[in-house]
Design a protein around this ligand. Structure first.
Ligand code: GTP
Ligand code: MG
Length: 171
């Protein structure tokens, strides 16, 4: 059959936001792991959809590893940025990291799509995706297509909507 288009996706966001849990859900069920542990450095995961072959760089969000993020910018075609919707205290830190990312010279002038997951929507005090996008000032992103989905990565809710959007942007 036709060769699938290769897409490199960079998965970013603060530690504990749910990046690895989201990527685990997107993998075929026979390759999913039961136990998710905090990522050390980064992991590389591969999975295919109908028309695309994804390579995902699942980066650690711990502050001591965030300096690794920028080494992956050049070769990435899309970004998934994950936010813990229940973590009000660190929303300002998430915004700082997002702003630094968007202003980086390897990212700034590119039209690469950015998919946001307002994750952990199941938490009782979770902020809505609208609230999260306000706090992160997403309306100021003019040069890139972006989209935000509320998600519950444990149940797998909201993830397909995000992936569908990414598909439209890339294929
Ligand atoms: P680092 O690798 O340290 O950067 O963290 P991460 O962003 O990869 O987070 P990870 O996927 O390891 O998840 C952190 C914790 O949040 C785990 O205990 C997950 O089970 C939990 N978690 C992930 N997604 C959700 C969600 O949607 N709802 C709830 N309630 N918990 C979640
Ligand atoms: Mg992780």
């Amino acid at each position: 059959g036709l060769r699938k288009k290769e897409v490199n996706v960079l998965c970013l966001g603060l530690d504990n936001s749910g990046k690895t849990t989201i990527i685990n859900q997107l993998k075929p069920s026979n390759t999913q792991t039961q136990e998710i542990v905090p990522t050390i450095g980064f992991n590389i995961e591969r999975f295919k959809s109908s028309s695309l072959s994804f390579t995902v760089f699942d980066m650690s969000g711990q502050s001591r590893y965030r300096n690794l993020w920028e080494h992956c910018y050049k070769e990435s075609h899309a970004i998934i940025f994950v936010i813990d919707s229940g973590d009000k205290l660190r929303m300002v830190v998430a915004k700082e990291e997002l702003d630094t990312l968007l202003n980086h010279e390897d990212i700034r002038n590119r039209k690469m799509p950015v998919l946001f997951f307002a994750n952990k929507m199941d938490l009782r005090d979770a902020m809505s995706s609208v609230r999260v996008s306000q706090l992160l000032s997403l309306e100021n992103i003019k040069e890139k297509p972006w989209h935000i989905c509320a998600s519950d990565a444990i149940k797998g809710e909201g993830l397909q909507e995000g992936l569908d959007w990414l598909h439209e942007q890339i294929s």
